[in-house]
Write a protein that binds this ligand. Structure first.
Ligand SMILES: Nc1ncnc2c1ncn2[C@@H]1O[C@H](COP(=O)(O)OP(=O)(O)OP(=O)(O)O)[C@@H](O)[C@H]1O
Ligand SMILES: [Mg+2]
Length: 364
């Protein structure tokens, strides 16, 4: 078995020098990565002896993959358009039979669609805010949805389409905002009860057999999962008070008008247990693999409501929520990235399982 691999990091890169194509929303491509993030990922992967290169996940990707023939791809590609863009690269890699990290096609496709995701969670009794999808914008509002409501694009991330006008207080504002989302973002508007409480994000790493392939089996609990310390987003002091908007997400960590990042969050053990339990359930119900970050907010009674899951969480060192969570418990960026690599590689038969003491080493 090969010990050192040729790893292709697949991503969509932001190019701030190029004007955006016509007809796309003002915050289009905000989920794309900066080249510095790719450099950091590559440096981390190389610390364990692998060689790396970066391939832009654009229309040339299939040809580049055929030419380069990587042993495995480290996938953080957001994809290009369509109704499930985050699933495009995994689908291509499945078709070509090339190993890759993280979630597969279904999880990446469904999780981008917040409405479908919530339907699956609701069916399995995970607490979500009451919601309704508006496709045309003039659908009658269901009685269970009481103002104030929150309106966002059904299939975006990184706070795209979310600003302070997302909170609507009456019929007129609701119709205007829903129509705006449908027209500008060319997709359904998801309307939810506004959740006025605290906001948390919960990171999960692992799999039932993670201990067998990780360089740090001690990170993982008996069930094979690592729960990162919970990060609270103190949005009260941000440029957009109370909402973690696109504008707030674009701020560097630290300045006065940026959201506060508190990790570990100051919460009672009971709430902590609930948040971690819901995040793991959210992860498992969507067939997410190896790594995810689930956003949860409290409703007016203080009960957690799961908002959405990120199956391709940002991995910019000292900036992305998951990296801040890892850092808060002393996990180095390099070690986090390498565990995502090895958990992925193990699924493709690229790693021998390690010998563990009998009581912890049993494969489930
Ligand atoms: N129902 C709601 N009530 C109150 N605030 C909400 C609600 N839904 C979303 N928000 C706010 O809007 C932000 C963005 O929403 P959400 O997490 O669903 O979208 P996102 O853009 O996909 O996020 P990410 O950057 O994590 O991918 C949340 O972090 C939260 O602050
Ligand atoms: Mg979110």
């Amino acid at each position: 078995m090969k010990r050192y691999w040729k790893i292709a990091v697949l991503a969509n890169i932001k190019d701030d020098n190029h004007p955006k194509p016509e007809g796309v929303p003002p915050d289009a491509f905000s989920d794309f990565d900066h080249i510095e993030t790719i450099d950091a990922l590559r440096a981390a992967l190389e610390t364990d002896g692998h060689s790396t290169l970066f391939i832009q996940a654009d229309k040339e990707l299939p040809y580049a993959l055929k030419e380069i023939q990587p042993d495995i791809c480290f996938n953080i590609a957001e994809g290009l358009g369509g109704d499930a863009r985050e699933a495009q690269v995994p689908a291509l890699l499945e078709m070509l039979g090339i190993p890759y990290t993280g979630s597969r096609v279904l999880a990446n496709g469904i999780s981008l669609d917040k409405t479908l995701t919530k339907r699956i969670w609701r069916d399995r009794r995970l607490p979500v805010a009451p919601f309704q999808e508006f496709i045309l914008g003039d659908e009658p509002l269901r009685a269970e949805l009481k103002f104030p409501l929150f309106v966002k694009p059904a299939r975006e991330g990184t706070g795209m389409g979310v600003d302070l006008n997302a909170i609507v207080n009456n019929e007129k504002e609701l119709r205007e905002r829903a129509q705006y989302i449908i027209n500008v973002y060319q997709q359904p508007a998801l309307v939810e009860t506004f959740l006025p409480g605290r906001e948390f994000t919960v990171g999960i790493l692992g799999r039932a057999d993670a201990k067998l392939f990780s360089r740090h089996p001690e990170w993982y609990e008996k069930d094979g999962f690592h729960r990162f310390p919970i990060l609270e987003l103190d949005t009260s002091r941000s440029v957009t008070p109370w909402v973690y908007t696109h504008a707030a997400k674009s701020k560097d960590v630290g300045p006065e008008d940026a959201p506060g990042y508190i990790c570990p969050a100051d919460i009672d053990p009971e709430l902590e247990k609930k948040l971690k339990y819901f995040a793991l359930r959210a992860h498992q119900l969507l067939y997410t693999l190896d790594v995810s970050r689930t956003d949860i907010r409290l409703d007016e009674e203080g009960n957690p409501r799961v908002m959405e899951i990120n199956t391709l969480p940002g991995l910019t060192p000292d900036y992305s929520d998951l990296c801040l969570q890892a850092k808060a418990e002393g996990i180095r960026y390099e070690d986090l990235v390498l565990d995502i690599l090895y958990l992925g590689a193990s699924r493709w038969g690229m790693l021998e399982p390690r010998e563990l003491p009998p009581e912890t080493g049993k494969k489930k």
